[in-house]
Design a protein around this ligand. Structure first.
Ligand code: ATP
Ligand code: MG
Length: 287
């Protein structure tokens, strides 16, 4: 019997490649190391992996050449392809922003009225200008957007920013956010039901991995007379586990913590008398 395989498109090389491959690996999906790096498959999961330019991924998924894909929201919203977003993946975070010359007096979006804006994201810029009721000339270029103001091609640019160092080196400053973006999992709108079952399995694993990445397992020792206070500080999946220590009057407390609250809670626990605090990563989390 021919087993159907779910075809996923991921970036061939670039900023999303490592995290996309790592996500598959953390989901327990092993990839065969093909010599031909256009396509490979998994040994232990019904999945075929296509390596493509990120800009092409939404089109391939719309056309069902691939069933699903991993791509930045920036590329997805710019391309305006008809696909479903099934999951935000929490990596590839960046923002699309307006930048102008460092000595410019920027006093709000009105500054852009009648100006020339260079970008590789003409659709997103058009939407942004329309929303803000500003009229400006959009110059679509295919790369090195940050040099456009310096060579007199534009007054402002709209480009992806993470640290801002590229802007700084080109005498620019970031002045206005246009879009916050991260990698998302997209799906063809008419996915075959047999493939949807595979996708559901994949999604179940992705969610377990995502939860685990944001959570830590914590173990600590507490004197019994402080137990109630310490337990009150810990969230736990249901409630913390408490086990007696060999030493009378002491207990071991186990729980899980959200990465974001982590340092706050640790300080409070120490203050309340907790000792020997251990924090360990969690690989998968199913609740
Ligand atoms: P390709 O060859 O696949 O077309 P690319 O050069 O267009 O690659 P990359 O620079 O590898 O694309 O970025 C891929 C995606 O990574 C971006 O579309 C964006 O979603 C995300 N990203 C995250 N941080 C940044 C950043 N600082 N600059 C640019 N993109 C970023
Ligand atoms: Mg690209």
């Amino acid at each position: 019997m021919l087993v159907k395989k779910l075809k996923i498109a991921i970036q061939k090389s670039g900023r999303l490649y490592d995290d996309s491959v790592k996500l598959l690996k953390d989901c327990g999906i092993d990839l065969k190391n093909g010599v031909n790096k256009l396509k490979t498959e998994s040994d232990n999961f019904p999945m075929e992996i296509y390596f493509l330019r990120d800009d092409d991924i939404p089109q391939y998924v719309e056309d069902a050449v691939a069933d699903i894909g991993i791509v930045g929201e920036n590329v997805l919203y710019e391309n305006k392809k008809k696909v479903d977003i099934v999951e935000h993946l929490g990596f590839g975070k960046c923002r699309l922003a307006v930048a102008v010359g460092r000595s410019e007096q920027y006093d709000g979006v009105g500054y852009l009225q009648g100006k020339k804006i260079a970008t590789t994201y003409p659709n997103l810029v058009r939407d942004f200008l329309k929303k803000n009721k500003v009229e400006a000339d959009i110059h679509e270029i295919s790369g090195s957007v940050e040099i456009a103001p310096g060579i007199g091609l534009a007054d402002a640019i709209v480009d992806l920013v993470s640290s801002g160092s590229t802007l700084f080196m080109n005498g620019l400053k970031e002045v206005e956010p246009v879009l916050q973006s991260q990698a998302v999992l997209i799906r063809n709108k008419d996915l075959d039901p047999a493939l949807q079952i595979i996708l559901d399995k994949f999604l179940f694993r992705i969610r377990a991995v995502k939860k685990a990445r944001n959570t830590k397992y914590i173990l600590l020792n507490a004197p019994n007379d402080k137990l109630q206070v310490i337990i009150g500080m810990l969230p736990g999946m249901k409630s913390p586990t408490v086990l007696p220590l060999a030493e009378p009057g002491w207990s071991s407390v186990h729980s899980v913590l959200n990465e974001n609250d982590f340092w706050d809670i640790i300080e409070k626990l120490k203050g309340a008398g907790a000792q020997g605090i251990l924090v360990v990563p969690i690989e998968k989390m199913i609740i």
